[in-house]
Design a binder for this molecule. Structure first.
Ligand code: UDP
Length: 484
């Protein structure tokens, strides 16, 4: 028998948003590089997105096994527009009702994949299935064929523990405007507006209950984090919330070469080499990088305040705005709705706007980048941690407020811009507050201590994934467990 037959065949089934597909691809590459066979299951248009980086990976590592298995996604039949295989298709629409309706339809269509996944599991019999939290039915589907199902949430221990503790609290306790999260280590204070809406009466609330139930019945959870980042919460999660959990992150640090760092997710809307040259011309730790991830919708009134705040702070910046990169007349007209007149002329040489998609990890890892203004999506937070960056935290939805608390209260490497509630409830930050938070992190009173704490965390992150590190070891035990 060849030694290959002892290595596990790990199947990955990511949710189709970039914030889930990007770390899943990193995870699949990592498992392959540790000897496993990895297969990512996804739909035709999403497969196209993954094909190029997989090709690059396989060119660099011809002996490693990483494949894509394509499943059908008949969007029209499911009530979605043709080709709507990724939330990116509708999340930049400026019509709020349309965005919400489409998001609900998109989530509802996720159960359509059940039969196809069952068929694949029946015929392939992989060693395990790492399926996204957004597929709660996957635990039972895998059980039918004796395949262990692992859950991937795409977030860290702190937010998982926060959500668990908030759920367990009695309603009146959490109805106060500011409350202490019972049982959660670290005396964490939270406000009503920061909580994720888990009202059991709403569609989303019901859905999250299914997610929790399927997690409890699953074989465990794979976490993109590292022990040293949030030790108390890793311990709490493992002893109170789930039967098993393995932390194997930060996943993004395995992208070491230019190609891998610069080409993640969508095609970048700027020339990566030009961007690198621009960064090379800047002083160390002097550039502010501003991004709200791949889903968040920021209203024009808010974009204008960000522009004004960045202009007033006087520092160099790269600002990613999720608008189409095509320079059509229509786009130029639209620009006028969110950019103060003459802005680009005035910040020429020190400010760069990327309309669309940025090579984020390449920018964060550059020595000229000194501050990360982030919406606190977990991938972004971890990428910022791995790059040793202090942050301005600006959560807008999902579990991002919990991630903000980790950064500002626990790690103390960030300053909040001051958002009090989910953007859907109408939070707004003035240009003065944008400027104030950025100045504080760039060169304020505690800036040096904050930066030095952030740099230490980056060293810990790198050590965690090296041979013998905490994430390396957790991955070894995972592979060993599922190899037989
Ligand atoms: N990203 C990127 N370029 C962009 C926007 C996002 O490379 O212009 C990547 C980012 O590096 C991260 C992911 O997309 O890996 C976004 O995930 P995150 O959890 O931060 O936020 P989400 O998009 O899910 O809200």
């Amino acid at each position: 028998m060849s030694s290959d037959s002892h290595k596990p065949h790990v199947m990955f089934f990511p949710f189709m948003g970039y914030g889930h597909m990007i770390p899943t691809l990193d995870m699949a590459k990592l498992f392959s590089s540790r000897g496993a066979k990895s297969t990512i299951i996804t739909t035709p248009l999403n497969a196209k997105i993954l094909q190029k980086p997989i090709h690059t990976f396989k060119n660099l590592n011809p002996s490693l096994k990483l494949e894509i298995q394509i499943i059908d996604f008949p969007c029209v039949q499911l009530g979605l527009p043709e080709g709507c295989e990724n939330p990116d298709f509708f999340t930049s629409s400026n019509n709020t009702d349309e965005r919400n309706t489409m998001m609900l339809k998109f989530f509802a269509s996720m159960s359509f994949f059940k039969d196809q996944i069952e068929k694949i599991l029946e015929t392939t019999r992989p060693s395990c299935l790492i399926a996204d939290m957004f597929f709660p039915w996957a635990t039972e589907a895998a059980e039918k064929f004796n395949v262990p199902r692992l859950v991937f949430h795409g977030t860290g221990y702190f937010s998982l523990c926060s959500e668990y503790c908030i759920r367990s609290m009695h309603k009146p306790q959490k109805m106060c405007e500011t409350f202490k999260v019972s049982d959660l280590p670290g005396d964490i204070m939270m406000t009503q507006g920061q909580m994720r809406d888990l009202d059991e009466e709403t569609e989303m609330g019901k859905f999250f209950i299914e997610v929790i139930e399927s997690e409890v019945k699953s074989s465990g959870v794979v976490v993109n984090s590292f022990y040293e980042l949030e030790p108390e919460y890793a311990d709490f999660y493992k002893s109170n919330v789930v039967t098993r959990a393995w932390h194997i992150g930060p996943l993004s640090v395995h992208n070491r070469g230019f190609e891998e760092k610069a080409k993640r997710g969508k095609k970048a809307s700027i020339d990566e080499v030009e961007c690198l040259k621009w960064l090379n011309s800047k002083r160390q730790d002097s550039v502010i990088y501003v991004s709200f991830g791949s889903v968040a919708y920021i209203k024009n009134e808010q974009l204008i305040e960000i522009a004004a705040g960045l202009e007033a702070c006087g520092a160099s910046f790269i600002w990613v705005v999720r608008k189409s990169g095509e320079n059509t007349d229509e786009e130029e007209e639209e620009d006028q709705e969110w950019l103060p007149e003459g802005f680009e002329e005035r910040v020429k040489g020190r400010g760069m706007i990327i309309r669309g998609w940025a090579p984020q990890v390449m920018i964060l890892d550059h020595q000229a980048t000194g501050v990360f203004v982030t919406h606190c999506g977990w991938n972004s937070v971890l990428e910022g941690v791995a790059a040793g960056l202090p942050m301005v935290t600006w959560p807008v939805g999902a579990e991002q407020f919990y991630n903000e608390i980790l950064v500002t209260q626990v790690l103390r490497t960030g300053v909040s811009v001051g958002t009090k509630k989910h953007a859907s409830m109408g939070d707004f930050i003035s240009r003065e507050n944008v400027e104030k938070a950025v100045r504080e992190v760039l060169a304020g009173e505690e800036a040096e201590e904050r930066r030095s704490r952030a740099k230490k965390l980056a060293e810990m992150a790198k050590a965690a994934v090296e041979e013998g590190g905490s994430s390396y070891n957790d991955l070894s035990s995972f592979i060993e467990e599922f190899s037989s």
